[in-house]
Design a protein around this ligand. Structure first.
Ligand SMILES: NC(=O)c1ccc[n+]([C@@H]2O[C@H](COP(=O)([O-])OP(=O)(O)OC[C@H]3O[C@@H](n4cnc5c(N)ncnc54)[C@H](OP(=O)(O)O)[C@@H]3O)[C@@H](O)[C@H]2O)c1
Length: 335
């Protein structure tokens, strides 16, 4: 039998209980052994529902559990850095939800703590473990589309609940931190470059004072990416990649369902049927892949799927987008 990494879960967050925990319970290299909440009865109830052995009524107790190898952190955005550092210093490996930090200096602090403690840490951009994105990159790298010159992305949903963490300014709310981070991350993945500069426009919700609509252009050395993210629009998501020979679209790029095959359309908009291709990949759960990939990096002492150096570029890009939206100017990205 495979060695399994023993995971603890920090909080009863919806993303954990609804998706990531059930997915990791199916993993080959992951075992969920404990969950912590600020409220013991909530922790116990969740542990019972999900079949988790241990429940703690404080986050500190989970960090002190010597049977736990690694901790998954799905806290509100403003708590990611503080608790990632505490977990690393408690000797735990860390998989922290996106955005792992709200400024580049904090990512540098995490890098220092990682290097000091020797523990592994990664931002939970689950899409980077999804076979459909690995396939898309493979097609790009094989030159299937020719030279990649443009990437276009869109990600939106409707949520105007004032109590939701996404609508709380001091928690790091807004569309860019919550979902704009995905088209940025995947555009960078496809270009395999760091954007040089960005220009952007945002619209804030007048009550919440967080961006509810954001559009940006990212200037890469090889081409251009544009995207829109929005928290008060009808739900939609799509990523399109344009090369000199062909174009391709990832049908459901970020929240692909676990019970249906995923599809990549190549040349979908051309008029001749014989030039169109649909690449279909088996149904899978990207959160299971994410947990297994990270756990294997621990077991084999190899590089994590998404090192903090990648998070540093993503975080710096989002900050530059905010600055451009404020000043109306192009902003260079420096890390
Ligand atoms: N990768 C993805 O697909 C994905 C999808 C959705 C969300 N996320 C990320 O996951 C994180 C959590 O999102 P979510 O929607 O699942 O959050 P959520 O349901 O609101 O849960 C957040 C949890 O954090 C704990 N918490 C500690 N301090 C808190 C505070 N001051 N206010 C509110 N909650 C506090 C609470 O757990 P206890 O009461 O148990 O302590 C709460 O249940 C975010 O960073 C988000 O960006 C990622």
């Amino acid at each position: 039998m495979n060695k399994k990494i023993k995971w603890g879960i920090l909080s009863t967050a919806n993303i954990g209980t609804g998706q990531v925990i059930p997915a990791m319970q199916k993993g080959q290299f992951t075992e969920i052994v404990a969950i912590a909440s600020r409220n013991l009865s909530k922790a116990k109830e969740t542990a019972d529902q999900l079949g988790i052995l241990k429940a703690y009524g404080s986050y500190e107790e989970l960090l002190a559990d010597i049977s736990v190898d690694a901790i998954y952190i799905p806290l509100p955005n403003h708590l990611h850095v503080e608790w990632s550092i505490k977990c690393l210093e408690a000797g735990k490996h860390v998989l922290c939800e996106k955005p792992i930090a709200l400024n580049a200096d904090d990512v540098k602090k995490l890098i220092d703590t990682r290097d000091k403690t020797g523990k592994k840490i990664s931002e939970a951009f689950m899409v980077r473990s999804h076979p459909q994105w690995l396939k898309a990159l493979d097609l790009v790298n094989k030159g299937e589309l020719g030279e990649i010159k443009a990437v276009q992305g869109f990600f939106s949903y409707f949520n105007n609940d004032s109590a939701n963490i996404r609508n709380v300014e001091e928690y790091g709310g807004g569309s860019l931190w919550d979902i704009g981070c995905y088209p940025i991350n995947t555009s960078r993945f496809i270009f395999n470059e760091m954007p040089r500069r960005v220009v952007a426009i945002t619209e804030n919700d007048p009550e919440f004072n967080v961006d509810r609509l954001a559009s940006a252009i990212l200037d890469f050395p090889s081409g251009q990416a544009v995207f829109t993210s929005a928290t008060q629009l009808s739900p939609y998501q799509r990523m399109s990649i344009f090369g000199t020979k062909k174009h391709m679209e990832i049908e459901i790029p970020f929240n692909s369902p676990i019970d249906k095959p995923t599809r990549i359309f190549i040349n979908d908009t051309v008029t001749r049927d014989e030039e169109r291709t649909v690449v279909e990949l088996n149904a899978c759960d990207q959160y299971t892949h994410q947990g297994d990939n990270f756990s294997q990096a621990i077991i084999n002492d190899s590089e994590v799927p998404l090192p903090l150096e990648d998070s540093l570029i993503n975080t710096a890009t989002i900050k530059a987008i905010f600055e451009s939206a404020k000043t109306g100017q192009w902003v260079n990205i420096s890390i």
